[in-house]
Design a protein around this ligand. Structure first.
Ligand code: NAD
Length: 551
């Protein structure tokens, strides 16, 4: 089996015994759709080596199991391998997944690679192993929101006339150029793999490609003068090009990075190496590769710090690049902040995060109708309405048509019910899958990212994602996942995912009401418990029952 055989089921005909199983099947296939995944022949979806199934044999058995699965059964997936089907009940999840989890004292890349080589484990990233990846569109609003907040805090609420310098145009990083231009700015994105630059141009996330630093600077400075949005993909290695930029005193206004530095073996190309040389070294001498990659990451961060000292607004964009540099002896690595404490946390306090939905019909009209429903129902929420209009105009679908928008506590349950009603009335052609990134308000423990610099010092407390997964499973989410190492790599995060299917039934309505309340509710509770006033206010305003808060 290889990705040429991956089917694309669309329309109203079931290939399984119910819409919940069908949704899991279609989303697994969608994760590996060549339009969606970064390297589907290796089952790699995004984020370094984030996979949807452990190997092709496991993939086939998952497909087979989902086709056989009854409406009162639950399939268990252990790091991408289907290991059991148990009889449960109709309101229970149809699939439970645990990916890449390692006992804490052993939770590092060395142990992971050993287990991976023995065929005992796979890296699930966040939405790869939990079958709710929807391509770069899945992160684009989060990236847009981050840059909008950068603009608000530092540049009079617009990125017009500013240059953002970043690297990495992979599955998630590929959203950066579009998010910057949507905010009116100019983006230079350094990418070492030309195919990734071409892919972002084809999917309209990126405007132009160049191989010359001189041309890049000319294009960017001209656009800055005329205050026109423009995104430029510059072919090259960030750890080589950043020092060159410093040498010629080119200082951007904003600086960040989204190479897959979280995974030095598979996610970061060492400096002065072609892709082919890197590929060869990775297989011939893994340890030497890691040594070179880590040294290059250190050089990369050292230069980021120097550029920050010259005045660029600099932040870590969730790839753990600071930690790796610090371990390599760059003691000041954490002198620039992570994007969550710097720009995003207030959204988490009200339970907001990257909420998404997917039309199982495959018909873009279904998404258009849900867009209209949002515009009507949340008409007083101007930023949300602007986002939906912009997304309709600028974001190309990849695979199954889908949409993303940041909704918070109360809003998600309201919108979920509306979607279910639209399926029930026949307004939509088939059921809708509702899910989210693991990067969400109450579902992650990740001290260098989502839970960096928590007010009460609880950055490394990992009980929260476990509680999140358990309450969502009890509430009847269609599938629930618990992963380790997403975003920032082995040893640095635990996180949970949930997906729920709106099939138009009354049972689904009750499940949606429960799960889309508990899930964002965990975000509010997590932050209220940590002492954030906004979260405490939100909890009180919505009558959330928090025994220790109500004293
Ligand atoms: P990816 O593996 O699909 O893409 C990484 C890209 O970086 C590749 O295209 C690769 O060619 C390029 N690259 C590697 N080394 C390079 C170098 N030295 N110079 C220039 N380019 C280089 O990963 P992705 O899905 O785009 O995610 C990128 C990183 O961002 C990951 O660490 C991921 O965990 C993190 N992430 C952040 C967020 C967020 O919202 N902040 C969300 C998801 C993922």
């Amino acid at each position: 089996m290889n990705n040429n055989h991956i089917l694309k089921y669309r329309g109203n005909t079931l290939h399984t015994k119910g819409w919940q199983q069908e949704a899991a099947l279609r989303m697994l296939m969608n994760n590996l759709d060549p339009e969606v995944a970064e390297n589907p022949s290796e089952l790699v979806v995004y984020g370094g080596i984030g996979k949807a199934a452990r190997n092709w044999d496991c993939y086939d058995k998952i497909v087979h199991s989902l086709k056989q699965l009854n409406n009162n059964e639950t399939l268990l997936i252990q790091s991408g391998k289907p290991v059991a089907v148990f009889q449960t009940h109709e309101d229970a999840p149809r699939v439970l997944l645990a990916n890449s989890n390692i006992v804490p004292a052993y939770a590092n890349w060395e142990m992971f690679h050993e287990l991976d080589q023995k065929g005992l484990m796979m890296y699930g990233q966040m939405t790869a192993g939990s079958w709710i990846y929807i391509g770069s569109q899945g992160i684009v609003q989060g990236t847009y929101e981050t840059f909008a907040e950068v603009a608000k805090q530092h540049f009079n609420s617009t990125l017009k006339g500013t240059i953002t310098l970043t690297a990495g145009l992979g599955g998630m990083g590929g959203a950066q150029p579009l998010a910057v231009t949507m905010n009116g700015g100019i983006c230079i994105a350094i990418e070492v793999d030309e195919r990734k630059i071409d892919r972002r141009i084809q999917t309209r996330y990126l405007d132009v490609k160049t191989t010359s630093l001189e041309e890049t600077i000319k294009l960017a400075t001209n656009a800055k003068k005329s205050r026109k949005p423009l995104s430029i993909g510059l072919l090259g290695n960030a750890s080589d090009l950043l020092p060159e930029m410093m040498k010629i005193h080119f200082i951007p206004d904003i600086l960040t990075d989204q190479t897959s530095a979280h995974d030095p073996l598979n996610g970061y190309i060492p400096s002065n190496m072609t892709l082919e040389q890197a590929e060869h070294l990775r297989t011939s001498d893994k340890n030497l590769y890691i040594k070179y990659a880590k040294a290059s990451i250190a050089k990369h961060v050292e230069t980021m710090l120097a550029i920050q000292n010259k005045g660029a607004i600099t932040f870590d964009y969730g790839n753990n690049i600071r930690q790796i540099a610090k371990d390599e002896g760059i003691h000041q690595a954490f002198d620039f902040p992570g994007f969550v404490p710097a720009y995003i946390r207030p959204q988490f306090c009200v339970g907001k995060g990257p909420f998404r939905w997917v039309a199982l019909s495959g018909d873009p009209e279904d998404i258009k109708k849900t867009d209209q429903a949002i515009l009507k129902t949340f008409s007083d929420n101007k930023p949300l309405c602007n986002w939906i209009k912009m997304a309709q105009e600028k974001i190309q679908f990849q695979g199954l048509p889908s949409r993303i928008c940041w909704l918070g506590y109360g809003e998600r349950a309201k919108f979920g019910k509306m979607i279910n009603d639209m399926v029930a009335s026949g307004e939509l052609k088939a059921p809708i899958v509702i899910g989210r990134d693991h990067l969400d308000a109450g579902s992650v423990a990740s001290p260098n990212r989502e839970t960096e610099a928590m007010k009460d010092g609880s950055d490394v407390v990992a009980d929260w994602p476990i509680l999140n997964a358990m309450i969502n499973a009890v509430g009847g989410a269609t599938w629930v996942s618990v992963h380790h190492g997403g975003g920032v790599g082995m040893g640095y995060s635990l996180h949970a995912g949930m997906v729920i299917v709106a099939d138009g039934t009354k049972e689904a309505e009750r499940r949606i009401e429960r799960v889309l309340t508990t899930d964002p509710g965990m975000g509010v509770v997590r932050h209220a418990d940590a002492g954030y006033d906004l979260a405490i206010e939100t909890a009180k305003q919505h009558g959330l029952n928090m025994p220790m808060l109500n004293q």
